[in-house]
Design a protein around this ligand. Structure first.
Ligand code: IMP
Length: 457
């Protein structure tokens, strides 16, 4: 049995908390795409763990797997594993031999490319080297985890990749040997370091043939959970290109990025995580945006009226929508159903979880973007180009909010215990999307997720 968890919007939907709740019944938690661009915080036994690469389930004693669709920075990998070991945990992690390695020069190229693109084209990346590593993968010049265990092969691959990366840096009018790049283009230094990291991986026996490993665990009756990072609208194919990440967070990515067939993923549950409103980090369209964020909201985007800005601040503060590392405000807006209809189709969700329902308890009235208007035509889902999406105007349906009094710690933690107006809002979403809601998040704690139906059932 498998459960695949996918972000239905633009990342930051609260996937970590749901992986935590549904992961309780999992034996293995697998990441199938992305790398250390996916910050998540897990609270276990009152202690907080901040991770960006390894699957959060590891903190609860599950086996974590980084699948072949991931890009792995080995420095981050060992920092996170050592950090957990120092705190008394004994993390169990397997690493796909086919996963690609983020090298120091990928991070440099990520930064240079973003600068060269300028405001209009840059995606506002996390700067972790994700895009350039996937570029090298598709360009058939990448270094894979398995190569780290074969020093001679590693050297051949690295020599080619690094010399090409040097030429790329020069094409940006920069000097690869400049001190600011901290030896990222120094072949001997990078090679020695990687050989050392490979030896550590070999000693820990963590490198596996991912698909084969997962199939064997499945045959033994293990329950597998696939943990998507980022979200559907950040998907390289189905997202708002070019303001996307370079991998496939959508459910299809779970098959390609793990080595199990699509039938295995499709036989299980595919759960879309929806936040009761919308947020976005970086630039790109957001038709239901309230207020605007300097340097992120595109020209002409957002509701810049006094009311729009006030509602944006209220939503941002109530939802804690500030970057965990930078503290920068995130862009926020009302729920966008055309975006969710697109996500339901692209992923084939068998159910959705609606998170942050507590955040909406601060509003007297709640709007939902029900459809779009584009050049006088009504659309119920996204147009296929980002430029057309940016020109869409949302049409709204208004709902009565729910009182803080009715909604809080004393509330019965079951569906019927929710205020009637909250249920009306949720049932409308369910009916519009044609997908059942399996759980509702009403707060950050574990017990604050109301589970209506387990995805393992
Ligand atoms: P990259 O993944 O670092 O290449 O960044 C590409 C785009 O994805 C940028 O707009 C990032 O802000 C966004 N992004 C990457 N990871 C996350 C995430 O975990 N949450 C939200 N946005 C993300």
């Amino acid at each position: 049995m498998t459960v695949t968890i996918v972000g239905a919007q633009l990342g930051d939907e609260g996937k970590g908390g749901i992986v935590d709740v549904f992961g309780e019944d999992a034996d293995v938690v697998v990441r199938y795409q992305g790398g250390d661009n996916a910050g998540h915080t897990v609270v276990h036994d009152g202690e907080e763990f901040a991770l960006s690469l390894i699957p959060s389930g590891i903190v609860r004693g599950k086996t974590g797997v980084l699948g072949n669709g991931c890009v792995v920075n080995p420095e981050t990998l060992f920092e996170e594993l050592d950090g957990l070991a120092e705190r008394g945990l004994d993390p169990s992690l397997k690493l796909a031999a086919r996963a690609h390695v983020i090298l120091p020069y990928h991070r440099v190229l990520d930064g240079l490319e973003e600068l060269a693109k300028g405001d209009e084209l840059s995606a506002g990346t996390t700067g972790r080297g994700i895009g350039p590593t996937y570029e090298d993968k598709v360009g058939r010049r990448g270094v894979r985890i398995g190569d780290l265990l074969d020093a001679a092969l590693l050297r051949t691959r690295l020599e080619y990749g690094l010399s090409r990366a040097r030429r790329m840096v020069e094409s940006f009018d920069a000097d690869p040997d400049a001190a600011r790049f901290e030896g990222a283009f120094d072949l001997e230094a990078v090679y020695e370091r990687l050989v050392g990291l490979g030896e550590r991986m070999a000693a820990a026996e963590m490198v596996v043939n991912c698909g084969e490993y997962l199939e064997a665990r499945r045959a033994d009756g293990a329950r597998l959970m696939f943990e998507g990072a980022q979200g559907t609208l950040l998907d390289i194919d189905h997202g708002s290109y070019p303001y996307v990440t370079s991998s496939s967070p959508t459910a299809g990515g779970a098959a390609v990025g793990s080595g199990l067939g699509p039938g295995v993923i499709g036989e299980g549950s595919i759960v879309g995580i929806v936040k009761a409103y919308t947020s976005r980090v970086g630039t790109g369209p957001l038709p239901t945006e309230l207020g605007h964020v300097e340097d992120q909201t595109p020209d002409g985007g957002g509701d810049r009226s006094e009311l729009g800005s006030r509602l944006a601040t209220q939503l941002r503060d109530a939802g804690g929508e500030y970057g965990t590392v930078t503290g920068r405000p995130r862009r926020v807006g009302w729920l966008d159903l055309p975006m969710l209809r697109h996500a339901c189709r692209a992923n084939g969700f068998t159910s959705i979880v609606v998170n942050h329902v507590d955040t909406m308890a601060t509003f007297d009235r709640i709007e939902v973007g029900e459809s779009y208007l584009l050049d006088g035509t009504e659309l119920d889902t996204l147009p296929p180009t980002t430029e057309r999406w940016a020109r869409c105007e949302a049409t709204y349906r208004t709902f009565e909010g729910w009182d803080r009094e009715e909604f809080g710690p004393s509330m019965e933690m079951d569906y019927e215990g929710l205020p009637a107006n909250a249920r009306t809002y949720l049932e409308y979403i369910e009916a519009e999307l044609g997908v059942p809601i399996s759980a509702i998040g009403v707060g950050p704690k574990r017990r604050e997720t109301i589970v209506r139906r387990s995805p393992w059932a």
